[in-house]
Design a protein around this ligand. Structure first.
Ligand code: SF4
Ligand code: SF4
Length: 221
């Protein structure tokens, strides 16, 4: 799941004014943003009320099941004039959703519609339970969890130490985020339980950062 947080509303209204937008269509996302309580039905209703009070004409809203899915957005633009004719869209979704809507807007109509993000995208998370999100993977493109008992040294260690722990570990706690247990102490504990402590002696080579050159893509067809 992609974790998003709400931008300050002033930033959004200033961006709309700067774009000289009078009419606005809203997009939420019924997937990650809905679960983060940043882009579901409730947040669309709140944004409609806030922008209306600020003097904008909100012509409507849509809540695609996945706003990052290009075909769903194209269909919305094909079938909903309120979406395609608005001066601007305000998008309550992650950056992939915002980019997707901007791409569709640029390729339909006269291409003048402006796309304004309402959220900041933060991290890829696993979900502990509803409303509790923890980053577990930084999408490095070269997974080493087989050697680290499923705990990511790239993500769970603030220094991304591939061969840890660092010299700062203090009574099992991380020197950077002191409330956290050191990721490498946790890795050690799990490997010990699994009878695989020999892995602690193996040196993991530096990551091949060319694998994460942006923009990345995956083409299955
Ligand atoms: S090593 Fe960590 S950041 Fe890299 S793919 Fe595996 S979980 Fe993700
Ligand atoms: S104390 Fe542990 S988790 Fe914290 S930076 Fe050092 S190795 Fe990483």
């Amino acid at each position: 799941m992609i974790i998003t947080k709400k931008k300050d509303i002033t930033e959004i209204t200033e961006n709309l004014k700067e774009a000289d937008a009078k009419s606005v269509f809203l997009f939420g996302c019924d997937s990650c943003a809905e679960q983060c309580k940043t882009g579901g039905k409730t947040e669309l209703a709140e944004m409609t009320e806030t922008l209306t009070k600020a003097g904008f004409t909100v012509t409507g809203s849509a809540l695609p099941s996945e706003t990052c899915y290009n075909q769903l957005i194209k269909k919305e633009y094909r079938t909903n004039e309120d979406a395609s004719l608005a001066d601007a869209t305000v998008v309550l979704a992650c950056g992939a959703g915002v980019k997707n809507i901007a791409d569709v807007a640029a390729s339909t109509g006269n291409g003048t519609q402006v796309t304004i993000p309402a959220l900041d995208s933060h991290f890829l998370s696993s979900v502990d339970r509803v409303g509790r999100f923890f980053e577990g993977c930084s999408l490095c493109g070269e997974c080493v969890l087989d050697k680290t008992a499923g705990i990511c040294p790239h993500t769970d260690c603030p220094k991304s130490m591939l061969n840890g722990p660092c010299g700062g570990v203090d009574h099992g706690k991380c020197e950077v985020i002191r409330e956290n247990d050191c990721a490498w102490v946790r890795i050690y504990g799990r490997l010990k339980t699994q009878g695989r402590l020999d892995l602690m002696k193996k040196i993991t080579p530096p990551k091949d950062h060319s694998r994460t050159t942006h923009p990345r893509k995956l083409l299955l067809r």
